[in-house]
Design a protein around this ligand. Structure first.
Ligand SMILES: Nc1ncnc2c1ncn2[C@@H]1O[C@H](COP(=O)(O)OP(=O)(O)OP(=O)(O)O)[C@@H](O)[C@H]1O
Length: 632
């Protein structure tokens, strides 16, 4: 366990190490001191900055494709951590085994700040490139590591506080890493625990893939912890240890090099257990363990209740649409077939991309490509080459063979222009020309190539208002918004309880005999959900992973950030008993006032607690306060 060290002692440690060249003995943890030494031996200096240059979106996309299986494996935990990341102003990050960042999601404010110190997709945070940092140092140490503020080797990274854990497969090979990063000025007490818990779940699923046709021994000193994520798991084939989890190795005091090498009788003094009940096993030096043996049929998955519930929580959810949306989808798919562009408007996480994909799936172009372009994430200097492609040698740094560009990649299919409201003005003009002329000319010259794609654009910004203020070209707006589909935020959906029940069912809650108690469902349906579907799904997955099969999920089982304040809980119950359901705006306002009270009027802290931006909180309080007083 890592000692908690004060900012003062880290400052003294830096002075000793970086200015006087002395060891920072006792002032930082051994992990940090050893990492600083390694960085110095590599010739890194603390005033260095990561020289990354802009990232091509296509390169990031290619990376995600290369690591698609890892991204898919970790998505449920990333989405579950996203809820906490949003609420605490931090981001959850997934990296490849070498520290290359594949995905980052969470607080929009912090994503921005993190990107400024190159903590963003496409950049490698290995220790030998980026100095001491949670990602690189955890990968080096092959265990969870936390690096706070000035413990980072590069001075520029002192604004970060990061907790990371490598993801290991059953043979101890690193397959990726999960990290939770936030502001150094905020004390993220549970960050490392949350990352470890998430990685436990991911590793458990990875290990399950190794079980078919093999003998499994689960062990723990306490029989009550068998079947939980803390149990040790050892997988044997012909008495040889072929896979394990880190808990089992820690309990037995052996390391990963033993996996694939050692036999059962070099690990245990007792004979191999028989039968299925819990039995005592003697490990090295006579240590007693409670153990359970399973022989797993070839190619048949294990199906204990716990494992089933775990898988259910991680299941990808098929999109859920209410009747009005089903009808809108049918109508808009026909418009796509008639080559009429559709503009999707909705807040973050309201399902714009899911809707665009669904329209593509229901259209006549379903068998042709769906190419998504995030106009906000494209670096301005690369946006043109990304979209239009370029001829060989068109500019310094261009690939020798040139590139076709995303517009031509979408030929025959659907081009999804996400966050189009953030597209720079100069590019709006070029895009308009392509949409009018239906041909693309690559950078560096060459012949124009005809293109045929349907266009779906999306934005969280009110583009019509941006046209009014001159921020967005009116002619482009009229071209892409021949029809607009508004996706309502969750808090404005009248049948939200019904949709939550449907999502819960699809996630496997009912199958696990773990219903949401009516009071819980009512409460969840009344929350403001600033992160919309993304936040709701993350919260439901967390509830499912932590719930107990056979028992309903009550209001008290909700994580602290979703639980009603005690008096609010009482008044919500009273109102429901009276049948007098409070207006959504009223509830939002109450939640905002309660958060402000709890944070002594500090708006930034209250916004963080609520998981919304400061400006949204100001805006809502201004507008809603006026409306609420009207109703009194
Ligand atoms: N109708 C739906 N049914 C089930 N899950 C959904 C639905 N809509 C969205 N989701 C889930 O919510 C998350 C966010 O969805 P999506 O990325 O489509 O939102 P978005 O509006 O494009 O977000 P952003 O503005 O942040 O890009 C995803 O995990 C997605 O699977």
């Amino acid at each position: 366990m890592r000692r908690s060290l004060s900012t003062d002692s880290i400052r003294s440690a830096r002075r000793r190490f970086f200015e006087a060249g002395l060891p920072p003995r006792g002032l930082v943890s051994d992990t940090i001191a050893q990492s600083w030494n390694r960085c110095r031996a590599l010739g890194l200096t603390s005033d260095a900055r990561l020289d990354t240059g802009p990232q091509e979106q296509a390169a990031v996309r290619a990376l995600r494709e290369r690591y698609e299986e890892l991204c898919r494996l970790c998505r449920p935990e990333m989405e579950a951590l996203y809820t906490d990341a949003q609420a605490t102003g931090s981001v959850v990050i997934l990296t490849a085994p070498d520290g290359l960042i594949l995905d980052a999601m969470g607080s929009a404010d912090f994503l921005d700040k993190a990107a400024r110190v190159a903590l963003r997709p496409g950049v490698t945070w290995s220790e030998n490139q980026t100095g001491t940092n949670a990602i690189g140092t955890a990968l080096h140490e092959k265990r969870p590591v936390e690096v706070r503020g000035a413990e980072h080797y590069f001075g520029a990274h002192r604004v970060l506080s990061c907790s990371a854990s490598p993801i290991l497969d059953g043979r101890g090979h690193t397959v990726g890493l999960l990290d939770l990063s936030g502001e150094a000025s905020v004390h993220h007490v549970h960050a490392l625990g949350m990352v470890r818990f998430a990685v436990d779940q991911i590793e458990r699923r990875l290990l399950e893939r190794e079980l078919a046709g093999r003998e499994v021994i689960r062990l723990h000193a306490d029989a009550a912890l068998l079947g939980t994520h803390r149990e040790g798991v050892l997988v044997f084939e012909d008495h040889h240890l072929v896979a394990a989890n880190r808990y089992a190795l820690d309990m037995l005091g052996v390391d990963w090099s033993e996996v694939g090498r050692c036999r059962y009788n070099s690990l245990f003094e007792s004979a191999q257990p028989r039968g299925h009940g819990v039995q005592e096993l003697r490990g090295p030096g006579g240590t007693a363990f409670q153990a359970q043996r399973d022989v797993i049929p070839a190619r048949l998955p294990r199906t204990t209740r716990r494992a089933t519930s775990q898988r259910a929580a991680n299941r990808a959810v098929a999109p859920v649409f209410d009747a009005a949306m089903q009808e809108a989808l049918q109508r808009h798919a026909r418009l796509i077939d008639a080559d009429i562009p559709v503009l999707l408007q909705g807040e973050t996480g309201s399902g714009k991309e899911v809707t665009a994909r669904e329209l593509h799936r229901r259209s006549l172009r379903a068998d042709a490509p769906f190419v998504a372009v995030n106009c906000a994430a494209l670096p301005e200097n690369l946006i043109e080459s990304e979209l239009f492609g370029y001829r060989p040698g068109a500019f310094t740094g261009a690939r020798r063979e040139g590139a076709t560009g995303l517009l031509r990649d979408a030929d025959g299919g659907v081009l999804f222009l996400d966050e189009i409201g953030d597209m720079p003005a100069a590019l709006q003009t070029r895009l308009l020309r392509v949409l009018q002329e239906r041909e693309v000319t690559p950078l560096g010259g060459g012949r124009a190539t005809p293109v045929d794609f349907a266009v779906i654009a999306a934005s969280h910004r009110d583009i019509a208002a941006d046209v009014e203020s001159g921020r967005f070209r009116a002619d482009l707006y009229y071209r892409i918004a021949q029809t607009t589909l508004h996706l309502p935020p969750l808090r404005a959906q009248a049948d939200l309880a019904e949709r939550i029940a449907q999502l819960w069912h699809n996630l496997g809650g009912d199958e696990q005999d773990m219903p949401l108690a009516p009071e819980t469902l009512q409460h969840l349906a009344q929350l403001p959900w600033p992160g919309n579907m993304r936040q709701l799904l993350g919260a439901l997955r967390t509830l499912l992973a932590l719930g107990t099969p056979g028992r309903a999920v009550g209001v008290d089982d909700l994580p602290a950030e979703l639980r009603p304040a005690p008096d609010a809980m009482q008044s919500a119950r009273l109102r429901l008993v009276d049948g007098d359901v409070p207006a959504m705006e009223q509830l939002q306002l109450e939640a905002m006032r309660a958060a402000l009270d709890a944070c002594d009027g500090n708006v930034s802290a209250a916004a963080r607690k609520l998981g919304i931006s400061r400006s949204t909180l100001y805006r809502k309080l201004g507008v809603d306060a006026a409306r609420a007083s009207d109703t009194h």
